[in-house]
Design a protein around this ligand. Structure first.
Ligand code: ATP
Ligand code: MG
Length: 198
């Protein structure tokens, strides 16, 4: 099996996430995309993040209409910091050696990849699909140089540009502005019902 993994804080999940996952799924003939909301992302430890249960619920709601999209609470259920390498090892165990893992990642996060926990080991065992993100100009040459031979596992993909970010959505909700057409309707309804981001 070819398994796509879409990690993120998803605070909240939006159409930018869904579109990049769908594009990667199609281009790389992935059988399934597993959305994994992160529990305590090491790079966002000091930031105020919405409780896990809400981020998980919104991820379920946003993906339920696509049968190729699945959600896993595995990082939320695990103790300690969320390291992607631990998650990939856990998935490898669960799905077996026949399953190839493809981690889908936006350009802005991709430039930080060298700083991730045991990044060299991570890139040696998992394919990375680096997608374009509007407003983010990156030159992945530096990143590829860092990974040397392992850079053969890094692929770049141009996805339909959606200039949407969770930060902007949170700010919009806070100031009473519309988030219609930026997130799925079910997510918009959930945010209103639970009074998030106020
Ligand atoms: P925040 O503003 O809170 O950081 P975000 O919109 O960047 O939220 P994340 O949950 O941080 O969303 O991102 C998860 C993954 O999705 C990251 O790899 C990020 O680069 C990517 N991503 C998010 N939004 C887009 C977008 N509009 N286009 C392409 N990639 C995106
Ligand atoms: Mg982000």
């Amino acid at each position: 099996m070819r398994l796509g993994i879409m990690g993120g804080t998803f605070d909240p999940i939006h159409f930018g996430h869904l579109a990049m996952a769908e594009e990667a799924r199609e281009i790389f003939s992935l059988d399934e995309i597993l959305f994994i909301p992160s529990a305590r992302p090491p790079h966002k430890v000091e930031k105020n993040i919405t409780p896990e249960v809400h981020r998980l619920m919104m991820t379920y709601l946003a993906t339920q209409s696509n049968e190729k999209f699945q959600v896993s609470p595995m990082e939320i259920l695990r103790e300690g910091l969320s390291y992607t390498l631990d998650t990939m090892n856990q998935l490898e165990k669960k799905f077996g050696a026949d399953t190839e893992l493809f981690f889908i990642i936006g350009a802005d996060s991709m430039v930080d990849l060298p700083k991730w926990h045991k990044s060299q080991e991570l890139v040696s065992k998992v394919h990375f699909i680096a997608t374009t993100r509007p407003g983010v100009e990156v030159n992945l040459e530096e990143v590829e140089k860092f990974f040397g031979d392992n850079a053969k596992n890094i692929f770049q993909v141009e996805v339909p540009g959606l200039e949407i970010s969770s930060t902007d959505i949170r700010e919009r909700v806070k100031s009473g502005r519309s988030i219609k057409y930026l997130v799925p309707e079910v997510v918009e309804e959930y945010i209103l019902k639970e009074n998030l981001y106020k």
